[in-house]
Design a binder for this molecule. Structure first.
Ligand SMILES: [Zn+2]
Length: 329
C-alpha cells in the first residue's frame, strides 16, 4: 500500500492549513470577543481556576463530592454564559475552542493506530488529480463510460453487438478495480485505436488508487523514454525497480514506442519481476497477437499472452463518433 511522496506532502499540507486556520480563527474570536466583552475573559479565567480548585480540595481532604459539584456547576454556568454571549453576537461558535474540519482527528490526519478517514480521502483525491495530470485526460469512472458510442449491430465474429460486448468488458474492468488486491490477475486490454482502452485503464487506475494502493500509470512511450535516459546516464533514477515494485502498473498504449532491444529487455524484466512477486500489470495496446511476436519476441509474447486476461475492446472509433455527434449538435 502507498502513495507517492508528493501526494502525501500535498495531503499533509492541506491538513496543516486546516489546523492552523481553525486555531487562528479561534484565537481571533477570543481576542475580539474579550476585547469588547471583558466579562468573557473573566468566565474563562474562572473555568481554568476550577480545575486547580478541584486539585486543592482533593489534597485538603475535605468533602470532595460537594466541593466538586460546586466547581462543576460553576463551570457549566460559565460555559452557558459564554454560549449565550456568542449567540447574541451572531457567532456560530459556542466557545473559544478551535473548530476543526475533522472532529475525529482535529485535522492531524492521524488516529491512535491508523490514518484518519479525512487523510485517506485527501490522499485519494490528490492521487487521482495527479493521475489526471500525467495522462492529460479527464478521469472517468467505468460506470460513466458511454456505451451508446459502441455500435448495436451484431458482429458475426462476436455473435453479439459491440455495445453488448463492451458492456460486459467494462463491467469486468469495474469489478477488477473494485476488488483489486495484491496477487490479482493481470489484464491485457487490446483492440484498435479509439475503442476506450485508455479511458478504461485510467478508470481502473483511479479505482485502485482510491483504495490506497500504489499505482503507476504511464504510456509506454513515457516509460521507455525515461528508462533510456537513466540507462544511458543522462538522468538519475531507479525507475525500473519503482515500476517493478508498485502494487499496480498500468502501461498504456504499448506498441506506440520505438522498439529497440533495450526497450524489449526492459519490458521483459519489469513484467517478469512483477509476475515473480505476484504483482499485477494492466497493459493496453493496439497490437495484435502477430504484432507481439514480431516486436517483442517469443519469450515476452508467451508470458503476456499466456498469463494476462485478454479483454477485447471493439467498436467503431469512439473519438470519431464523438466528434461526429458534436458536429451534429
Ligand atoms: Zn480526520
Amino acid at each position: 500500500m502507498g502513495y507517492s511522496r508528493d501526494v502525501y506532502e500535498q495531503a499533509c499540507a492541506v491538513l496543516a492549513h486546516r489546523r492552523q486556520k481553525a486555531e487562528a480563527d479561534a484565537a481571533e474570536l477570543r481576542a475580539r470577543v474579550c476585547r469588547e466583552h471583558p466579562e468573557a475573559s473573566e468566565w474563562e479565567r474562572r473555568m481554568q481556576a476550577g480545575a486547580a480548585k478541584i486539585a486543592q480540595i482533593i489534597l485538603a481532604g475535605g468533602d470532595v463530592t460537594a466541593a466538586m459539584k460546586q466547581v462543576q456547576d460553576e463551570n457549566l454556568q460559565m460555559q452557558a454564559n459564554l454560549r449565550e454571549l456568542l449567540a447574541s453576537l451572531g457567532e456560530t461558535a459556542t466557545d473559544f475552542s478551535p473548530r476543526y474540519t475533522c472532529e475525529k482527528c482535529h485535522d492531524t490526519g492521524r488516529l491512535e493506530h491508523s490514518p484518519c478517514e479525512c487523510m485517506r480521502a485527501l490522499l485519494a483525491e490528490f492521487a487521482a488529480k495527479r493521475l489526471s495530470e500525467i495522462s492529460g485526460m479527464k478521469l472517468t469512472r467505468l460506470s460513466d463510460m458511454d456505451l451508446s458510442f459502441y455500435s448495436d449491430e451484431v458482429l458475426p465474429e462476436l455473435g453479439r453487438s459491440p455495445r453488448e460486448h463492451m458492456q460486459s468488458v467494462l463491467e469486468y474492468c469495474r469489478c477488477y478495480g473494485e476488488d483489486f488486491h495484491p496477487g490479482a490477475e493481470s489484464l491485457l486490454l487490446f483492440g484498435t485505436t479509439g475503442t476506450g482502452k485508455t479511458h478504461a485503464s485510467l478508470a481502473i487506475a483511479r479505482t485502485v488508487i482510491e483504495q490506497g494502493y500504489s499505482v503507476i500509470y504511464a504510456s509506454a512511450q513515457q516509460i521507455f523514454h525515461r528508462l533510456e535516459k537513466e540507462h544511458f546516464g543522462r538522468e538519475d533514477g531507479d525507475s525500473e525497480s519503482v515500476l517493478a515494485e508498485c502494487d499496480l502498473l498500468v502501461l498504456d498504449d504499448l506498441g506506440t514506442e520505438m522498439t529497440t532491444s533495450f526497450t524489449t529487455s526492459c519490458l521483459y524484466n519489469i513484467i517478469n519481476l512483477r509476475m515473480l512477486a505476484d504483482r499485477p500489470t494492466v497493459i493496453s495496446t493496439n497490437l495484435t497477437a502477430a504484432d507481439w511476436q514480431g516486436r517483442y519476441g517469443q519469450a515476452l509474447t508467451s508470458r503476456v499472452l499466456g498469463t494476462f486476461q485478454p479483454l477485447w475492446f471493439v467498436g467503431a472509433d469512439i473519438r470519431q463518433a464523438k466528434m461526429a455527434r458534436r458536429l451534429q449538435e
